[in-house]
Design a protein around this ligand. Structure first.
Ligand code: ADP
Ligand code: MG
Length: 356
């Protein structure tokens, strides 16, 4: 079942197109993220789904029902902002009760619903706590409880973790994902943070300048980006531009402006000799001091500029000896490379299948 369907939705502010012919469907129970840089149109899109602004063009339907002309409070959606907009003067129960009171739900029923939802978000017995007695993570959960208690078809979240410090954000993304899986409500989550989107989502739409560039699973976005923008925006990457010097079977030979020659497996892509290509390589695709016996490897000598130690996510910054280009090389968590120092010359390599 499709909970949310957005078809060819456009939003113009005078001559400026903030959202440009966007289409997507979100299935019931899915965690769907919209990922894109600041200013690309995410909030505008979410506000149209919530009903705060009308699209210039296109159709938004929830469970098959066209939402055009339906006011925000009559739509089966709720919206959570970065600034959670909790009422600081009220206790937790008062915050959660607010929407139910507006719907004229009976007092005893409200009490029951509050207890049940606090249980579900992992805050049992927190009803009479004051908002400013809560930690940042607990406030998040109250904000979510306040929406979920209204049983929306779709919960919309606009960068809700943006105001938290890094450590708490990392914890909250795992918590939010678990919470969503538990309650099963359809989430549409917007963020400019690729790691949030990748970690939490079933599907991610990558948005750039008002348009969707790719809608896919996190794995496919990372491993098979459809456009150069997606390749650059999702995950770290090394980018090369070059020209195709020749193709033999599926193997293309690429010559870069500095005169480096690589081979790549073109896979399903059809490339023409003589045309330009952008090649992207993930840091973890780069092999340090590759075994001389490894076949089909592009090898070259580089100088180590810096070692970026970061536990399991450690990297080397290196430059090829014949160019200024800086490359990021994944440093496997393996003592074997502990001896590497800045200014060392090392060989790196990458397999012709690993370009994207
Ligand atoms: P994001 O949430 O991705 O950061 P927004 O949807 O807030 O982006 O904004 C997208 C673009 O639309 C921005 O250039 C912004 O200045 C513009 N914009 C948003 N709302 C309005 C408005 N009410 N009037 C004019 N321009 C707007
Ligand atoms: Mg925004």
């Amino acid at each position: 079942q499709i909970d949310l369907s957005v078809q060819n939705v456009t939003k113009k502010f005078d001559a400026f197109t903030a959202v440009d012919t966007v289409s997507f469907d979100v299935e019931q129970g899915h965690f769907f993220s919209i990922l894109g840089p600041s200013g690309c149109g995410k909030t505008t899109l979410l506000r149209m789904i919530a009903g705060f602004t009308e699209p210039t063009d296109g159709v938004i339907a929830i469970r098959g029902k066209d939402m055009q002309g339906i006011s925000p409070n009559r739509r089966p959606v709720n919206l959570i902002f970065q600034h959670l907009a909790l009422f600081p003067m009220m206790d937790v129960a008062g915050n959660i009760a607010f929407g139910l009171q507006r719907q004229k739900v009976a007092r005893a029923e409200i009490q029951k619903k509050i207890e049940k939802i606090l249980e579900r978000v992992g805050l049992p017995g927190f009803g009479d706590k004051k908002i400013d007695q809560l930690s940042g993570g607990q406030k998040q959960r109250v904000a979510i409880a306040r929406c979920l208690v209204l049983e929306p078809t779709v919960l919309l979240l606009d960068e809700p973790l943006g105001a938290l410090d890094l450590k708490l954000r990392d914890q909250m993304k795992v918590e939010l994902k678990k919470l969503q899986a538990k309650v099963g409500t359809t989430f549409v989550y917007i963020t400019h943070d690729q790691s949030e989107a990748l970690v939490m989502s079933d599907y991610v739409a990558v948005m750039n300048k008002g348009r969707f560039e790719q809608i896919d699973t996190p794995q496919n976005l990372y491993n098979k980006p459809a456009t150069p923008f997606v390749a650059q925006f999702v995950g770290d990457n090394n980018a090369w531009s070059g020209r195709i010097a020749g193709i033999s079977g599926k193997i293309a030979t690429i010559v870069t402006p500095e005169g480096n020659t690589f081979t790549i497996n073109t896979g399903e892509k059809s490339l023409t000799p003589g045309s330009g290509v952008d090649l992207f390589l993930r840091p973890e695709a780069m092999v340090i001091s590759p075994d001389p016996a490894m076949d089909n490897l592009n090898r070259f000598e580089v100088m180590v500029k810096t070692i970026l130690f970061d536990g399991a996510n450690s990297r080397l910054l290196v430059t090829p000896l014949n160019s200024e280009q800086e490359l990021i090389v994944g440093l496997p968590q393996n003592r074997q490379f502990d001896h590497i120092r800045p200014k060392d010359k090392i060989e790196i390599g990458w397999h012709e299948d690993s370009g994207i």
